[in-house]
Ligand binder design. Structure first.
Ligand code: GLC
Length: 736
């Protein structure tokens, strides 16, 4: 629709009709013609609101969406189509690895390709908007939602966030793309103690330096929507925070798209204690510039009265309604309310061979080899292999946020191994349940197949596992956290492998067999007490529909693992938060002149994590040498080269992620001991050497200074280049 037509439509709307465009309801209001009083009654809204709401969340599927849209438009006075939005975070039907795994590919271009495929599957299934990417920086593995993030580094997160937005949105072709909604704005990942929905409190400097850039990159990449976070920012919940939503997002960053709340977040302003009732909560949100009220009756039941009482300006409603109409128009919904929805195309596209092949490749690239004491890769021949553990034949490896995926599409590790090796050389036994106790699952337990069975027989399970292991040369142990112990509302204080599984590991270990541990989790687990009990460890995350195939490819050497961690694995949960780009403190352990006791350290735990940011092993080894910088003195406006040679010292081709870090020794504020400023993936044949060149200029040296200005400062710097943040070559230079 042309702009003047859109304006005409807009001016033809009553105030009520404009308000209805700002309401988002869940699909249960629309699934049946005769909407039960249930959801309406519970939410306290009228049928008129249901008949005129602007958007729906988490209804998807071409047939269903076409039916709902058709029914809706038949009753719509102005024929304004519904917007269909959904949580399609890392896959619709082809489920890719969780974002924390995607980050470990260090391959934004590849992830953009995934998002292009995800967008196509979603568009032909009728979705218009996805509530992704989740761009929250994370430093606390106790928080269940670290699984949705690409990790602890701001720079890396910006690259992935941009790639995801561009992948999802493409050129807005109806059956190829969907609008993206970056979330959760802002800094939800800094929830205190990693406790879900908890307080966030930090300096504006830290907010701007570490947490905001990934959201800003999404906006700069053209992201159409922003979702408010549940948490407070400087004492005011994001959903009612005018400084964050208007001063920063709209005025500073120029965001002109739609702001939507997180689930029922407007009403939570009351619990937070910045509003006494729905009416006050409504006022705070609309004045903050929040456009869509997800799943409460605040906007529908209070906006009109607030205008009539002269408490808010009508223009606020006009602006929000117009932004929603513009998004619908940009998606082409006025010309075609069904956009890309096609029952026929769904059959062609969903889980098509191309997407499945890509999922297998990406999943393999996201796996991280954490330990290998000459046990991997496993020979496909002449080896008797036992696969043991509750994740050996488990389809819940798609993770918590694959809410529209089908576990029936998953190839389990057992099935994938069976495709690779002779059945006579392969046995499987579950060994034990995933958990000792499933009551934490509550009602969710019935919703998800987390691998639990009702007819468990622990003694028999263990007996079977031991006999299978006894017959083997090598045991693959598939262990991990329950997928519902991860994701939203999945915060944990004990982040080890469940005890029932550790007991199984101890029993198998007594047999003296070689053990390869494959870990399924949505977070870094504490593995400190596991390292010396096994010979190899692969961190599998929740690897998605093709996770079984990808793991089998890596376990048997068809793929040489290249994943590198984007979130530190703590030595102990007591260390948390532990992250690579920390500040030096006034008493750094490595250089302080104070006596041993009086330094910045713990009495009972090292400062370093068990596995560092950027860490990951390969089936070969790489040697770094000859780091040189083209200038000892870098002047403003100049570019300096930092070169290093890297050699494959092994017998297998491999891909290494060469990482560039910088340290600014002295600033007007303290600066991290290291900051990732670049990386390059290089593939090397056995014995091959390559030179990798990075370019460094003023841009890489900028930060939020004492006066919160984003600029560089002169002084001494260090360049670090290596295979992970804890193992680098270094060279000094001066910036003047
Ligand atoms: C949830 C999540 C958010 C999701 C939204 C809609 O509570 O916080 O990430 O997109 O609700 O399901």
């Amino acid at each position: 629709m042309k702009e003047e037509q859109l304006n005409e439509l807009f001016y033809s709307l009553t105030l009520e009709e404009k308000i209805y465009q700002l309401v988002q309801l869940s699909g249960d209001f629309y699934k049946t013609a005769a909407v039960a009083v249930g959801p309406k009654g519970k939410l306290g809204i009228s049928q008129e609101v249901v008949d005129n709401a602007g958007s729906i969340l988490n209804i998807i599927g071409a047939e269903q969406i076409i039916k709902i849209q058709k029914n809706y438009l038949e009753n719509s006075r102005h024929k304004i189509p519904l917007l269909f939005m959904a949580d399609i975070i890392y896959g619709y039907k082809t489920i890719f690895p969780i974002p924390l795994a995607l980050g470990c590919t260090w391959n934004p271009d590849l992830i953009r390709e995934c998002c292009i495929k995800i967008a196509e599957e979603s568009a032909v299934s009728g979705a218009h908007v996805t509530f992704a990417p989740m761009a929250d920086l994370v430093r606390d593995p106790r928080w269940g939602r670290v699984m949705e993030s690409t990790g602890e580094d701001t720079y890396l997160n910006t690259l992935f966030t941009s790639a995801m937005v561009k992948g999802f949105q493409g050129d807005f072709t109806a059956d190829k793309s969907i609008a993206s909604c970056v979330k959760h704005f802002a800094a939800y990942g800094a929830s205190e103690a990693g406790r879900e929905y908890n307080t966030v409190d930090m300096s504006e400097r830290r907010l701007r330096q570490d947490y905001l850039p990934s959201y800003k990159t999404a906006v700069d990449s053209g992201c159409e929507m922003v979702m408010t976070s549940f948490n407070i920012v400087d004492g005011i919940p994001a959903t009612g925070n005018k400084w964050l939503m208007k001063d920063v997002l709209r005025d500073e960053w120029g965001f002109e798209g739609v702001i939507i709340t997180d689930y029922a977040a407007i009403q939570e302003l009351i619990a937070h204690g910045v509003a006494s009732n729905d009416r006050e909560a409504t006022k705070l949100s609309i004045e903050a510039g929040v456009d869509i009220d997800m799943k409460t009756s605040c906007y529908s039941n209070n906006l009109r009265q607030l205008i009539d009482d002269g408490e808010i300006k009508k223009e606020l409603i006009d602006e929000s309604c117009l932004r929603v109409l513009k998004l619908k128009n940009k998606l082409g919904l006025f010309e075609n309310p069904y956009r890309g929805a096609s029952i026929e195309k769904e059959k062609e596209v969903l889980c098509c061979a191309e997407n499945i092949k890509l999922a297998r490749k990406v999943s393999a690239e996201s796996l991280v080899l954490l330990q290998n004491n000459n046990v991997l890769p496993i020979s496909k021949k002449n080896k008797k292999i036992a696969l043991i553990g509750p994740y050996g034949d488990n389809t819940s490896i798609i993770g918590l946020w694959a809410i529209h995926g089908d576990q029936s599409d998953v190839t389990t590790l057992k099935d994938a191994i069976a495709e690779k090796i002779d059945a006579n050389n392969f046995c499987y036994a579950k060994g034990c349940e995933l958990l000792e106790d499933y009551t934490f699952l509550g009602d969710f337990g019935k919703m998800v197949n987390g691998g639990e069975t009702s007819d468990t027989n622990p003694e028999q399970d263990l007996e079977e596992a031991i006999s299978v292991a006894m017959e083997s040369d090598v045991v693959i142990l598939a262990l991990g956290e329950h997928m519902m112990q991860s994701g939203e509302a999945g915060s944990r204080t004990n982040i080890t492998i469940p005890k029932i599984q550790l007991d199984l590991l101890d029993k198998i270990r007594e047999l003296g067999k070689k053990i390869v541990l494959v870990i399924f989790s949505g977070r870094p687990l504490v593995l400190t007490n596991v390292l010396d009990k096994v010979d190899g460890i692969i961190q599998a995350w929740f690897p998605g529909t093709e996770g079984g195939h990808a793991l089998a490819d890596v376990l048997f050497g068809d793929v040489n693992p290249s994943g590198r961690l984007t979130m530190s694995f703590p030595y102990s949960v007591g260390q948390v938060p532990v992250y690579y780009n920390e500040f030096n403190t006034g008493r750094p352990v490595k250089t302080s002149t104070h006596s041993e006791r009086f330094m910045s350290k713990f009495l009972d735990c090292p400062n370093d994590p068990l596995f560092s940011f950027g860490y990951g092993l390969s089936y070969t080894t790489y040697e770094y040498s000859d780091l040189v910088v083209s200038k000892d003195i870098l002047k403003v406006g100049e570019i300096m080269e930092a070169k290093v040679s890297i050699t494959n010292k092994g017998k297998i081709k491999g891909t290494e992620t060469v990482q560039l870090y910088i340290r600014d020794f002295v600033g007007s504020v303290v600066r991290p001991v290291k900051e990732l400023k670049g990386f390059k993936k290089v593939t090397l044949a056995p014995g091959q050497s390559k030179q990798v060149v990075f370019y460094i200029g003023e841009e890489q040296l900028m930060f939020f200074t004492k006066n919160l200005e984003y600029k560089s400062e002169k002084g001494e710097f260090m360049v670090f280049i290596g295979g992970n943040s804890n193992n680098t070559l270094e060279m000094k230079f001066t910036f003047i």
